[in-house]
Every structure is written in structure tokens, then in C-alpha cells.
Design a protein around this ligand. Structure first.
Ligand code: HSE
Length: 397
């Protein structure tokens, strides 16, 4: 019998207990022994089938030599960081879906895990149930990764889909996403692009091999997005999606950011809807590789966590390829990237042409929506300085 502990019993923690119990036979077949949840760390005790396993005393996990793997499903940094450190120091493997902790302290926790000869795995922290970190670090290991971008937040993609397809109000669509267990405890992290920002940092860390500080990454969400722009874009053959993007710059630096983008409808990412996420990885040998699946929700996220638990137990003694250096130098401002820009301005085509020269007009009715030629973010801001700008977004090439 292999025993594990779960810390935190919200959406992810509950899902892990369910997957361990419902898929017990498959898991046992692969591990050669049954897997059992022995202890669950909670702040508030809840009635139900797991009540007997609950404790509010972390030392019952830390000092229990029978517990080999701890699933951290607390979220946030404070308690999650303290208990993760202590569990690793106690020689236990730790698995998590906590993107904030991995993005902010992952490098340090991986180093601690290495010293203690245990694993710290976090496949569920990006893309929920989609396997993307393992393929990126293992199957694509022979590539230089030049770019990673994708729809990394299920809540905002769900909200956008409901608003565009059925005309739902933002607040109603958000409530639905919360009821389905997609949203963060504080959904402003979803709406303002912060959750996607943490995920693109983790992808960039692994893709480029050195730390991207979340504080340096511009993160914009969907709160300023207007359905008017969604419709103009659709008529012109584009979809608007919130993308996280990490790019290797021509001089060898790297950059990352989160913002809504116009995406040409022939790009498969454009048709990713509902809670689904998709991550495109561009390797110099593979070209574009896309990963697609449910990006949030109890069971998809738990599936990735339990697979990591199984990997900790099977890897001998631990996996080394998941790591990156703590060096944050070489991060460049994403304003240096050159792309086409979408603008909607209060003004005429003449105003647009005076600012940008030749533009492609998408609509003209008192307001003018248009696409520029590829320019840097700096030039886009400078050249639009005299215009009354109602909307501005990058276009994915
Ligand atoms: N709130 C996150 C999302 C959960 O909506 O994608 C999964 O990380």
C-alpha cells in the first residue's frame, strides 16, 4: 500500500481524492500496489466520506514516514510555500497544480527537491488536464524552443465563448464558470490575465531554461474587451482570444506577456472554445506542435496531479529534466516585438492613414477599425498618440 497526503481540500484536492478512489484499479495495475489517501490537511473540517482523514495539524503529514507523496492543493504562496518546503525537507515528493507558487518560487523548490533527492512536479499547473510540460521538457528536448503561446485560462475562454455565442452577460458567464469550478478563489486573477501570466511564466522558464519573473511580465485580461471588436474581427476572418505568449528574441533574449489578440481563423487556436485551453510550442526541429484539452475543472486537473504522483513513485530516484536557472537577466520588454496591430479609433480613415501610413480597413462608420503593417509596440503607442483610440490589440501572425 502506497500512502499519500493531500493539503487543501477545495476543487483540486477533492478531485485528487476522487480520481485516486474511482480509478483505483488502473492506478494499482500501473504502480503494482494500491494507492491510498492517508491524511488530508484542512483549515476547516468538512463532513463527508473523507472526514476521518482530515487534520489541521501539518506535523501529522511531515512526521509520518508512511506518507511518500504530498499533493499541495492549498493554492497561493504563503502556507503552500511553507508546507511544500517542509514536506520536501522531510524527504517527501511534492506534486501541485499551484501555478502562482511554481511561477514565483518554483526554481528554489526544484533546487531543494534536487538536494533532497525527491521530485517536485507540477504538470497540472499549466493547462489543467492537458499534458504539456512533460512533452515540452521530454519529447521536445532535442529542440531549441523559439516560441510558446496559447489560451491558458479556461475561465476567460469560457466567458468569451458564452458572451459571443449566446450573448450572455459577463457577470452571468463568470458566475457559471465559478459554479463549474473553473475560476480561481479570487476570479480577478482570471479576468485580469494574472492566472494566464503565471502559466506563461512557467512555460517560458521551461522553454528557455531561465527564470521569468512574473512581476516583469505585462498581463492584460479581458475586462476592457468590447463585443464590438469581437464582431468586427469575426467579419474580417479573425477571432479574439486571450493569449499568453513567450518568445525567444532575435538577439537571444526572451520576452513574455498576456493580452487579447486577433487570431486568423485558419489558426487552430482560433477555434478553441469553452473551458478548453490550447498551447502551441514552436521547436526549431518540430515546427509548431499544439496541445489541446480541458484547461480547468476538478477532474482534468486532478488527473494531471495523480499522474505526477504516480511518476514520483515510479521515477528512479527522481526526474532531472524539469528545472531552470534562477538567472532573470535577458528578459526584454515585449514592446520590442513587431506584429500587426488592430486599432479602433474615433475618427476617419484619413486620421488612421496620417498616423500609420498604409492600413487595412476593417470597418468605417464614424469609428474606424483597421490593421497596421507589422510595427513594434513602442511605435504603435507613439504613432497612435494623437488618435482617440477606443481599442488596440496585437494580431497573431
Ligand atoms: N482558474 C484557472 C482557469 C484554473 O480558469 O484556467 C486552472 O488553472
Amino acid at each position: 500500500m502506497i500512502q499519500i497526503a493531500i493539503m487543501g481540500f477545495g476543487t483540486v484536492g477533492t478531485g485528487v481524492a476522487k480520481v485516486v478512489s474511482e480509478n483505483a484499479r488502473q492506478i494499482e495495475r500501473k504502480l503494482g500496489e494500491p494507492l491510498q489517501v492517508k491524511t488530508i490537511l484542512v483549515r476547516h473540517f468538512k463532513d463527508g466520506p473523507y472526514r476521518q482523514l482530515m487534520t489541521d495539524d501539518f506535523t501529522r503529514i511531515e512526521e509520518d514516514d508512511g506518507i511518500r507523496v504530498v499533493v499541495e492543493a492549498i493554492g497561493g504562496v504563503d502556507a503552500a510555500y511553507t508546507y511544500t518546503r517542509r514536506a520536501l525537507l522531510a524527504g517527501k515528493h511534492v506534486v501541485t497544480a499551484n501555478k502562482q507558487l511554481v511561477a514565483e518560487r518554483g526554481c528554489e523548490l526544484l533546487e531543494l527537491a534536487r538536494k533532497k533527492n525527491v521530485s517536485y512536479l507540477f504538470e497540472a499547473s499549466v493547462g489543467g488536464g492537458i499534458p504539456v510540460l512533460h512533452p515540452l521538457t521530454q519529447c521536445m528536448a532535442a529542440n531549441r524552443i523559439d516560441e510558446v503561446y496559447g489560451i491558458l485560462n479556461g475561465t476567460t475562454n469560457y466567458i468569451l465563448t458564452r458572451m459571443v455565442r449566446t450573448g450572455a452577460f459577463f457577470s452571468d458567464a463568470l458566475r457559471e464558470a465559478q459554479a463549474k469550478g473553473y475560476a480561481e478563489a479570487d476570479p480577478s486573477a482570471d479576468i485580469h490575465g494574472i492566472d494566464a501570466g503565471r502559466k506563461i511564466c512557467i512555460l517560458a522558464d521551461l522553454a528557455f531554461g531561465s527564470q521569468v519573473d512574473p512581476a516583469a511580465v505585462p498581463m492584460e485580461g479581458i475586462s476592457k474587451l468590447s463585443l464590438r471588436d469581437v464582431k468586427i474581427a469575426q467579419r474580417a476572418g479573425y477571432r479574439i482570444k486571450l493569449l499568453g505568449r513567450a518568445v525567444r528574441m532575435p538577439g537571444g533574449g526572451r520576452t513574455a506577456y498576456v493580452a487579447p489578440h486577433l487570431i486568423p481563423e485558419e489558426n487552430p487556436i482560433a477555434s478553441v472554445e469553452d473551458v478548453y485551453n490550447a498551447v502551441m510550442v514552436r521547436g526549431n526541429a518540430t515546427g509548431d506542435v499544439m496541445f489541446y484539452g480541458r484547461g480547468a475543472g476538478e477532474l482534468p486537473t486532478a488527473s494531471a496531479c495523480v499522474a505526477d504522483v504516480m511518476e514520483c513513485l515510479q521515477a528512479s530516484p527522481r526526474r532531472d529534466e524539469i528545472s531552470w536557472s534562477s538567472d532573470t537577466s535577458g528578459f526584454e520588454d515585449p514592446q520590442e516585438l513587431r506584429t500587426r496591430y488592430y486599432f479602433r479609433i474615433e475618427g476617419s480613415l484619413t486620421d488612421a492613414a496620417m498616423a500609420f501610413g498604409q492600413v487595412e480597413v476593417l470597418s468605417e462608420d464614424g469609428e474606424t477599425a483597421f490593421l497596421t503593417d507589422p510595427i513594434s509596440g513602442r511605435d504603435a503607442a507613439r504613432q497612435s498618440g494623437f488618435l482617440n483610440v477606443l481599442a488596440c490589440m496585437r494580431v497573431l501572425a
